[in-house]
Write a protein that binds this ligand. Structure first.
Ligand SMILES: Cc1cc2nc3c(=O)[nH]c(=O)nc-3n(C[C@H](O)[C@H](O)[C@H](O)COP(=O)(O)OP(=O)(O)OC[C@H]3O[C@@H](n4cnc5c(N)ncnc54)[C@H](O)[C@@H]3O)c2cc1C
Length: 427
């Protein structure tokens, strides 16, 4: 089998990249080790930054998101029994976020790919990326019980943290920056309307809690749990009791309880692999970096990477210049590190570290007081939460002839494809 761009992994990064390339007239093949139902039901992220929403819409994948996604103009911080709302549009010149689950983003992109795009093979497990340092990179994979090879001009590793693509970067060229946190998140889905109309981030001596939602009928809730804890250790009533304690306020706010339909534990980790490119292999999304979910950045970073890459590949196709491809790693890493910093700040602001002293606890409260009482600190949080620009690539390196313009306009134009039409159908 042969294609221009071989994409390993059909998470949000791989699926959106395939869509963006299709819109730009570049062919690709997506290899996904799991089956379609698994990919569509894997519970993960749920907050889309403004830039992500704009890109999905421009790529022709925004129709259901526009109908069913919930626009959120703020979050609430809870500490010491107090409530403080952060008003995003007022602090950021009009930006907001959208609650629309990753499962739904994947369903929309899969449907589009199968209907209009190139091959998307479920149950196709990449075994190795080979010859990445040459002009003829290839992916060895297993499909329907047989081994096969995908010959490519470029390979993109969108295969998440546990994927194989990253292993093709020679050890001597890789640098890994990592931090693991001594706690995880127990996440539950519950068939009950959310107890608040915006996300609530609560700092409590007993640990962090997050009240979130998937829809007006379904709540998504999280509790900080010790590292190594399992979901089975937690009875449903104990989860509700603990949420109630940590989300408690001094007013008459009440937590609504309902049937819990799923629960799982997520470890907390910060991880960056540098560089994000080796030869003709590019890494995107969780394959290159992980953030703790406190800042809701994982999915949005994956989108930023593939927008940058799609634009660079389009630029190369149209002008013959590899300048944007050469800048890919550096460009993405700048944004990645801002998101790493923000996610780290949010995590250390709100979680209770088992090794922390009473002094550390007071510092956390002082940081929260500063956000609640100072416009500059509050603006910093609002800007970080609603997202970092997608367009550093073009701004830093200058738009070459024919390249997309800088700014949000550039990201959106890249998502639409050169003709400027979202979701051009095949003739
Ligand atoms: C349990 C969990 C909860 C999370 N919660 C949040 C959250 O609340 N908020 C937030 O912003 N982020 C969250 N994240 C992070 C967010 O979901 C990820 O950042 C996002 O999924 C990244 O997308 P991706 O496409 O890069 O990787 P992934 O979504 O991991 O997709 C990688 C794909 O590659 C496939 N794959 C792997 N190996 C191979 C192979 N060898 N061959 C072929 N295919 C392969 C996988 O099956 C998968 O479909 C969470 C992550 C996890 C793991």
């Amino acid at each position: 089998m042969r294609t221009t761009v071989g994409i390993v992994g059909a998470g949000p990064a791989g699926l959106l990249l395939a869509r963006l390339l299709h819109n730009a007239g570049i062919d690709s093949v997506v290899l996904e080790s799991r089956d379609r139902a698994y990919v569509e039901q894997r519970q993960r992220a749920g907050i889309l930054e403004q830039g992500t929403v704009d890109v999905l819409r421009a790529a022709g994948a925004g129709e259901r998101m526009d109908r069913e996604g919930l626009r959120h103009d703020g979050i609430e911080l809870r500490f010491d029994g107090r409530r403080h709302r952060v008003d995003f549009p007022a602090l950021t010149g009009g930006r907001s976020v959208t609650v629309y689950a990753q499962t739904e983003v994947c369903k929309d992109l899969i449907a589009l790919q199968l209907e209009e795009g190139g091959p998307l093979l479920f149950g196709a497990e990449a075994l190795a990326v080979e010859d990445a340092g040459t002009d003829r990179p290839r992916v060895r994979f297993r499909y329907e019980g047989r081994e096969d090879v995908l010959d490519c001009d470029y390979v993109v590793g969108c295969d998440g943290f546990w994927g194989v693509a990253r292993q093709a970067v020679p050890a001597g060229l890789s640098r890994v920056f990592e931090r693991t946190y001594p706690f995880g998140w127990l996440g539950v889905l519950a068939d009950v309307p959310p107890s608040h109309d915006e996300l609530v981030y609560a700092r409590h001596e007993r640990g962090f809690a997050l009240l979130s939602m998937r829809s007006p009928e379904v709540s998504r809730l999280y509790l900080q749990v010790p590292q190594g804890a399992t979901a089975e250790e937690w009875e449903d009533e104990a989860i509700w009791d603990e949420l109630e304690r940590r989300l408690e306020t001094r007013d008459d706010w009440r937590l609504r309880r309902g049937p819990i339909t799923s629960k799982s534990v997520t470890p907390m980790r910060s991880h960056v692999h540098e560089p994000m490119r080796y030869g003709r292999l590019f890494l995107a999304g969780d394959a290159a970096h992980i953030v703790p979910p406190t800042g809701a950045k994982g999915l949005n970073l994956a989108v930023g990477d593939v927008v940058t890459l799609a634009r660079a590949l389009t630029h190369e196709k149209e002008t013959g210049s590899a300048a944007l491809l050469d800048a890919y790693s550096e460009t993405c890493l700048r944004r990645v590190w801002q998101a790493e910093r923000f996610s780290y700040d949010m995590t250390t602001l709100l979680h209770s570290d088992p090794g922390a002293s009473p002094f550390d606890g007071r510092i956390q409260l002082a940081r929260l007081e500063r956000i609640a009482g100072t416009r500059a600190a509050e603006t910093d949080l609002a800007e970080g939460y609603t997202g970092f620009p997608l367009d550093e690539a073009v701004r830093r390196h200058g738009p070459a002839d024919g390249a997309a313009p800088a700014g949000a306009e550039g990201a959106v134009r890249a998502a639409k494809g050169r003709a400027g039409h979202p979701g051009r159908r095949r003739a």
